[in-house]
Design a binder for this molecule. Structure first.
Ligand code: SF4
Length: 444
């Protein structure tokens, strides 16, 4: 049976900005060639008598330790320049290898980033990595971006040669895997339910994941009836309305979520003090520190800001920014969640609740950064002091700030499995990996 390709509406038209990109991905990244593409590149360069042959031999190094272990995927590694840039990156922002030889012999990452391909059964799903600023723009602000549409494989850079990030053969003879698509469809439906506020939609997701946790996980025995019942219940409007009512009335004064978010960001800043993301975090905490010093005599230079005060200041900023941009932000955050649900499969984790809970915590971190960003806050203040109406150029500026935060957050947190594992371990250790703790992060 043939394969069907599906993609978000914004992906077929995606095009790398090259020299116009605000933060090229051809820098600081660990790039590996698999054996076949390395060989193709070396052969093509030699056959063409290209002057690049010498440069390829000097800068793309076969990894002997991998050869010994027989790794074909990590066969040769790109040696970056001292400043972290790719030696093949030209001054105009384009790739020398791409220009000389086309896409065929490039490494999978270079040919495909920021596209992500996943195969389940006979369907190949194409989604986008939000660590690329241009992909963020397309994903958050493009039209009809919440469902996958059928596309032709010709939209791919190499239609007959594409890397799969993950694969699932169906049927898999495993209750967890075999029902993955149906369960994920429910999560995606919840995330896109525009008739409810985002916080309620997140609560629907967490509650659903929590209920399923009893009988639906990697080690679970088949429980078709229980699952069918939950999938049916998921469309019950009266149940959703009851949950929506509950969420709207939940009012936690405990700043538990902000304690976690602050700790995660502080840790990131300590571990990677020179990265651009850390500069954003530093600006945010300095900004809060200054505001607190002015308003309550709390010393602003303390390493960790007092949680109660931080929570109050953050809440003030969130309300103020939401007065102008809540619709836009709800839209963007739900697209972010839907993109994550397609790009990162929950079955890569042993149970659904852990996946959803971690996703909600990640969204809380992102929301903290957006609502705390000094430039976004200042823009909102200026608009409100004038007449409260957002002009086109201000909307554009707001979107630029948003793109900046989202792609940097994706590079530092979302696509950094080692760091996410640290966050997971900390949450687990604090015994916060429970449904009881979902709501404070949801209502963040
Ligand atoms: S980050 Fe995106 S737009 Fe920028 S150079 Fe990389 S692929 Fe192109």
């Amino acid at each position: 049976m043939g394969l069907t390709f599906k993609s978000f509406n914004y992906l077929p038209g995606f095009s790398c900005l090259g020299g116009d990109c605000e933060d090229t991905c051809c820098k600081d990244w660990d790039i590996w060639f698999d054996q076949s593409h390395y060989q193709l590149l070396a052969d093509t360069a030699e056959q063409k008598g290209s002057e690049l042959t010498k440069k390829i031999n000097t800068h793309i190094l076969i990894d002997n330790s991998n050869q010994e272990t027989g790794s074909e995927l990590r066969y040769a590694r790109l040696k970056l320049e001292k400043d972290g840039s790719c030696p093949f990156l030209l001054n105009d922002g384009w790739c020398e290898l791409h220009r000389e030889f086309g896409e065929q012999p490039l490494s999978n990452v270079c040919a495909y980033f920021p596209r992500v391909l996943s195969r389940q059964g006979n369907t190949i799903e194409l989604s986008g990595a939000l660590s690329c600023p241009e992909m963020v723009r397309q994903c958050l602000f493009g039209e009809n971006n919440v469902e996958l549409i059928e596309v032709k494989s010709s939209i791919l850079p190499r239609p007959d040669d594409y890397p799969l990030t993950r694969e699932l053969n169906l049927p898999a003879d495993n209750f967890y895997y075999d029902n993955f698509v149906d369960v994920r469809d429910v999560l995606i439906k919840f995330a896109g339910l525009e008739g409810f506020p985002l916080i309620s939609r997140l609560y629907f997701m967490a509650s659903f994941a929590n209920r399923l946790g009893l009988f639906y996980h990697l080690e679970a025995e088949t429980a078709d009836n229980l699952l069918a019942n939950e999938l049916k219940q998921a469309s019950s409007l009266s149940m959703l309305e009851r949950m929506d009512d509950y969420v709207s009335k939940f009012d936690s004064t405990e700043p538990v979520a902000i304690i976690v978010v602050q700790a995660v960001l502080q840790l990131r800043m300590q571990q990677f003090s020179h990265e651009k993301y850390s500069q954003v975090i530093k600006r945010i905490f300095s900004h809060y520190g200054e505001l607190m010093t002015k308003q309550s005599q709390v010393p602003g230079k303390e390493e960790v800001l007092p949680a109660e005060e931080l929570w109050q200041q953050f809440t003030r900023q969130r309300v103020s920014i939401d007065e102008l941009f809540s619709e836009e932000l709800e839209n963007c955050f739900s697209r972010y969640i839907i993109n994550c649900l397609y790009r990162e499969w929950f079955i890569t984790m042993p149970d659904l609740f852990t996946y959803v809970h971690m996703l909600i915590i990640r969204l809380a971190i992102l929301r903290f950064l957006v609502y705390s960003h000094p430039d976004i806050y200042q823009l909102a203040q200026e608009i409100k002091h004038r007449d409260g109406s957002v002009k086109e150029d201000e909307k554009k500026l707001f979107r630029n700030y948003l793109v900046d935060v989202v792609y940097k957050n994706s590079r530092a947190i979302d696509h950094n499995t080692a760091f996410l594992q640290v966050v997971y371990d900390a949450i687990h250790e604090q015994q916060m990996m429970t449904f009881e703790y979902s709501l404070p992060f949801i209502k963040f």
